[in-house]
Design a protein around this ligand. Sequence first.
Ligand SMILES: Cc1ncc(COP(=O)(O)O)c(C=O)c1O
Length: 363
Amino acid sequence: MSGTAAQGPRLRRALEGIPTYKPGRPASGADGAPAYKLSSNENPYDPLPGVLEAVVETAGRFNRYPDMACSGLTAELAERFGVPPEHIATGTGSVGVAQQLIQSTAGPGDEVVYAWRSFEAYPIITRISGATAVQVPLTPGEVHDLDAMADAITERTRLVFVCNPNNPTGTVVRRAELERFLDRVPGDVLVVLDEAYREFIRDAEVPDGVDLYRDRPNVCVLRTFSKAYGLAGLRVGFAIAHEPVAAALRKTAVPFGVSQLAQDAAVASLRAEEALLVRVDALVQERARVAEALAGQGWTVPESQANFVWLRLGERTLDFAAACEAAGVVVRPFAGEGVRVTIGETEANDIFLRTAEAFRKEL
Ligand SMILES: Cc1ncc(COP(=O)(O)O)c(C=O)c1O
């Protein structure tokens, strides 16, 4: 065997040192204790009425490939948002679409700008493409620093993510500041408004990205069925973007990536929207209850417009996560920074609040 053959296949240098995506840990419930997963911003409810039935019906045909163009879902989304069907591009979760957006715009020598800390997939998918990640720190109030992000744009910048609300802090950017930012971004740089948590927003000053995209060809909106719609396990998300961005997404899509189960479940979920909105409202009310209780315990919690809250615990992060786990709820720690806690079932939220109260007294 020659020297080179003994070393095995040559992999791309860009992959070296890429952080691995850490999924929220599942709840184990050792010794019969109740255990709740508050670590992945999932929806705690059972499927919406009609959705499980739609999936069961489709499941009988999984010897067939899915509709590659996702035509039924695309038509439904186009009507709902009042956009041409050609402006809709579906993918394997919105993270899949985000990766296609980077593949479509950036490679070695190019830059991708985003706030930090933000959604942990951004650095991973940026580096996989070989592009350089430019991370712009959040403000001390844990909000996107849009002025600093605009300042960070260079002639090498190809794409900017704005995560609104931001994962993991739950904070938002509002209309005036976002429009000012968009006015500063050169027209050949794609701005991706990642609105995975859009349905949980109650602040009227937060713009709907779909309104902003309409007359801005360099703005693209990302949405998902994983959070409010409760389809995280089925993997379907979508972008709304002008041509040629939407066309690029169709080129970079994994053929048949979105299963027919996911497509039919998404259509059924859109049709069950009334029930969805009731559930989302209940979670928003729980969010208010949790935020108020935490404030009452003395915690400083950034105002969240998403289905989670963020506690900046610094060095105590892992201790806090361990205390939560011992009490029966699994949260998502970011070592040395803080803990993100999904708003879940009332009982789970209560366990979290009791743990937070006890922990606070020890600080
Ligand atoms: C901000 C943000 N964008 C996108 C996603 C990806 O969601 P999915 O790929 O399930 O649509 C997540 C999931 O955690 C997220 O927090």
